[in-house]
Design a binder for this molecule. Structure first.
Ligand code: FAD
Length: 488
């Protein structure tokens, strides 16, 4: 039977769209099938609470999108994407009423960290300066020939360190320790784990180099810009097309799955060699999350003045408290004071809420698949650092770990990372080697966050998967670091 197109991509998350664009840019005909009625997967926005309040359904804050070597090659501004930089990217309040802050400028940040300023400056200055080279190195499979071995080597040793050890070696005071611990907690790993520091270093360096921006109008603007560019390249998107079986997919030379490994194992079950299928099935999940979006009558009355100027705020108190909370999650327990991340987009983007009113995006880590409503605990954390917060609430929209899975099959059990990001699953994601996107089935590739470089809105999993497919099946070579140059 003749092919209906050159390539099919299953799923319109940032990685599916990135893969589809990479293929379409080389002149191939590409069809993208999306299960939902809206495109974007983990980068969508909707009026979840009250009319006029635009909430980010999943991703909200985008250091990795703004710093993505692939997105940089795309004309996304032409398709409506505009980054908004909050005055302070990140604040981490403490019980004494102060807040440690990551500012765009390394020196400004260091100057506010007292006796730890010097260490912070020495840690972050080279990473922020080398962001362009480093981001291309670590936003791809770990096993590759580095183009910048010295820079990568220095980063690698620190990145491998458990956060509790790195912060103890580098810092003397609570502010710097808590600030770095909060960023490291994005890993969903206990802070005593190897590579937990990598997340703090990458996201921290990105904060200095490109900021922690939000897209004007909501995260949907990222997906819409990608989708509209894809359509301009001749690509087709079909919504409400959930793929359950390989036979349902239009005939093409390559098919890329922006699905998790567990979904691919189910969809291609009878065709996959047993060993590979078992590898996918045994891939371990990260913990889940519980998410709440709020419509608020006024800005949040933070005790620490600097929190009122920050886009993202980490609520977890001291490093010991953040470490305890993450250890509890790893044991399958819900901590009394869960580490909570909030973003207050409407302070910096007036399109998000009616004049004078505001949105708040919040989530906390919970054990995988947890159904318990922990909104009381999340609100207690916010109230602790912003007394009077509850009086501002006009409406809430809650999503438990299991609700998240219903909204997007990639979020099984509330795992938003496509699988745990411990050292083993970063090295073999889901298999060892420089091309883990390839499956044993000819023409079938994985391109979701279950592949390197894992979660986040950056499109790099999609780029590298499409690059592998182009090389294997179409004999076209793309560079490891995305560029606008012609394909060989
Ligand atoms: C609540 C939450 C907050 C987050 N916050 C941030 C943040 O602030 N910054 C950040 O960078 N990242 C954040 N993330 C992570 C980020 O959203 C994901 O890492 C990213 O979206 C992964 O992209 P992806 O393309 O691999 O998968 P997804 O974005 O999950 O997209 C997968 C798409 O495939 C579709 N699909 C799945 N199965 C099928 C099927 N069988 N048939 C057809 N279609 C299918 C889904 O409907 C979905 O549209 C957050 C995630 C969540 C859930």
């Amino acid at each position: 039977m003749a092919n209906e197109c050159d390539a099919v991509v299953i799923g319109s998350g940032p990685n599916g769209l990135a893969a589809a664009i990479t293929l379409a840019r080389t002149g191939l005909s590409v069809v993208l099938l999306e299960a939902n009625s809206t495109i974007g997967g983990g980068a969508r926005s909707a009026e979840l609470t009250l009319p006029g309040f635009v909430h980010d359904v999943c991703s909200a804050v985008h250091p990795l999108a703004a710093g993505s070597p692939f997105f940089k090659t795309l004309p996304l501004e032409k398709f409506g994407l505009e980054w908004v930089q909050p005055e302070i990217p990140l604040a981490h309040p403490l019980d004494d009423g102060n807040a440690a802050c990551l500012q765009r400028d390394v020196d400004l940040t260091a100057d506010s960290l007292g006796r730890d300023g010097r260490s912070y400056r020495r840690l972050m200055t080279p990473l922020a300066r080398d962001w362009g080279n480093l981001s291309a190195e670590f936003l791809q499979p770990i096993l590759h020939w580095p183009r910048h071995p010295l820079a990568l080597g220095k980063f690698g040793i620190r990145a491998l360190c458990p956060t509790t050890l790195l912060t103890k070696l580098l810092f003397k005071e609570e502010s710097a320790r808590a600030l770095v611990a909060g960023i490291a907690a994005h890993s969903f790993l206990p802070l005593e784990s190897l590579v937990s520091s990598a997340f703090a270093l990458v996201l921290g360096a990105a904060g200095h180099a490109v900021g922690w921006p939000i897209p004007r109008g909501g995260s949907q603007s990222i997906s819409n810009a990608l989708a509209n560019y894809f359509r301009e390249l001749g690509g087709k998107i079909e919504i409400n097309r959930r793929v359950e079986n390989l036979n349902e997919i239009p005939k093409a030379r390559v098919t890329l799955f922006d699905t998790t490994v567990w979904q691919l194992a189910r969809i291609a079950a009878d065709r996959l060699p047993t060993r590979y299928r078992e590898r996918l099935e045994n891939f371990r999940h990260a913990p889940g999350i519980f998410k709440i979006d709020y419509a608020l009558s006024s800005p949040i009355p933070w005790k620490a003045e600097r929190c009122r100027r920050a886009g993202t705020i980490h609520l977890g108190g001291t490093i010991d408290e953040v470490a305890n909370a993450e250890r509890a999650i790893a044991r399958g327990e819900i901590p009394e004071r869960p580490f909570t991340l909030v973003a207050q987009q409407s302070l910096f983007d007036e399109t998000r809420a009616p004049r004078g009113q505001h949105t708040l995006w919040a989530y906390a880590h919970v054990p995988l698949g947890d159904k318990i409503d922990i909104s009381d605990k999340i609100e207690a954390q916010i109230e602790r650092f912003a007394p009077g917060f509850r009086d501002c609430i006009l409406a809430r929209h809650k999503l438990s770990a299991t609700d998240l899975e219903k909204s997007n099959p990639n979020l099984a059990g509330g795992d938003i990372s496509g699988g745990a990001t411990d050292v083993w699953q970063l090295l073999a994601r889901p298999t060892f080697g420089a091309t883990p996107y390839r499956t044993p089935l000819r023409g079938i590739y994985l391109c979701s966050s279950s592949t390197p470089p894992a979660g986040g809105v950056h499109g790099m999993c999609g780029y590298h998967a499409a690059r592998a497919a182009l090389r294997d099946v179409f004999g076209k070579q793309l560079p490891a670091v995305p560029s606008n140059e012609a394909v060989d």
